[in-house]
Design a protein around this ligand. Structure first.
Ligand code: PDD
Length: 287
């Protein structure tokens, strides 16, 4: 349980951590966020997450509320105060508080900054990875700027709920061409019939996953053939292996899609090796 949150310059007990009812993040989803995996108290893939944060903010014309260095101090202090070594760090930055109006405030307002930290049971997540997880598919119905990591996640939340009700852990969005875009909170991958590792390219309307980017490098370094190329649901069902990536899932084998087993119905060797290599890399580069 996270006990201390950072809210606009102060560390406060979570029960007292409040944002204003006219925060534009609350009213209009006018806010961005980032999630870092935490290994041994250190932030994984720091550069990738900070770069994406800055890009998301720039796309919405919200100023960075403080420098990267200052933000790192805040994130690490939140981790320290919560005494969490293995977990997730959540950062949210909204445009700030202003009288409700869809257009931006005409007077400058300070962005609102919130940080929370939550614990992850690594033994439980390793056990989950060793078993593999099920995903369901759902029609792509999100807006056209999924490259911006905004808190406007209602379609993702609905998709995730659909997955949960089906006994699955993730939902894959499938676009009008029958191509898998990504998961509700992860990127989607397969090892196709030719042994090629495939994930959707970033020209598509997807989030540019930081884990995805690191894993592309890790996979190439491991000598795998990698292509940023879309795959259809049918190709996923015929794939040797499938998996998802994200700060929460890391590299998580997928063993069933819409109730149909993938490969042998158990985690494949490529996914498991990539999980090991990703965690090794993330630990080595965490700050
Ligand atoms: N989700 N795609 C979507 C839609 C996501 O929300 C996420 C991350 C990813 C993977 O990105 P990354 O590898 O940078 O974590 C892909 C976070 C973890 C979340 O919403 O909690």
């Amino acid at each position: 349980m996270s006990r201390i949150a950072y809210v606009n310059g102060r560390f406060v007990p979570k029960a007292d951590a409040m944002v204003h009812i006219e925060d534009r993040g609350y009213q209009l989803a006018d806010a961005v966020y980032e999630v870092w995996a935490l290994f041994d108290g250190k932030l994984a893939d720091p550069e990738g997450h900070f770069a994406r944060l800055e890009r998301s903010l720039a796309e919405l014309s919200i100023d960075m509320p403080m420098s990267r260095a200052a933000l790192t101090v805040v994130l690490k202090e939140a981790v320290r105060r919560n005494r969490i070594r293995e977990g997730l760090v959540y950062l949210q930055i909204s445009r700030g508080v202003a009288r409700r109006d869809h257009a931006f405030p005409t007077e400058p307002v300070a962005p609102a900054v919130v940080v929370t930290v939550s614990r992850v049971d690594r033994a439980a997540t390793e056990a989950r990875a060793a078993k593999g997880v099920a995903v369901v598919t759902t029609p792509e119905n999100r807006w056209g700027r999924c490259d911006i990591k905004t808190v406007g996640l209602l379609p993702n939340a609905l998709a995730k709920q659909k997955a949960r009700e089906a006994g699955a852990v993730e939902a894959w969005f499938v676009d009008e061409l029958g191509l898998v875009t990504e998961g509700a909170s992860s990127n989607a991958w397969i090892v196709d019939g030719d042994g090629v590792l495939r994930t959707r390219d970033t020209q598509a309307n997807i989030l540019r996953g930081v884990t995805r980017l690191t894993l592309l490098d890790v996979a190439r370094e491991a000598g795998l053939k990698v292509e940023e190329r879309p795959f259809t649901l049918e190709e996923a069902l015929a794939a040797k292996e499938a998996f998802i990536t994200g700060a929460g899932s890391l590299v998580l084998p997928v063993v069933a899609v819409d109730g149909k087993t993938i490969g042998g119905g158990s985690p494949g060797p490529v996914a498991m090796e990539l999980r090991r290599l990703y965690i090794e890399r993330a630990k080595a580069t965490a700050v």
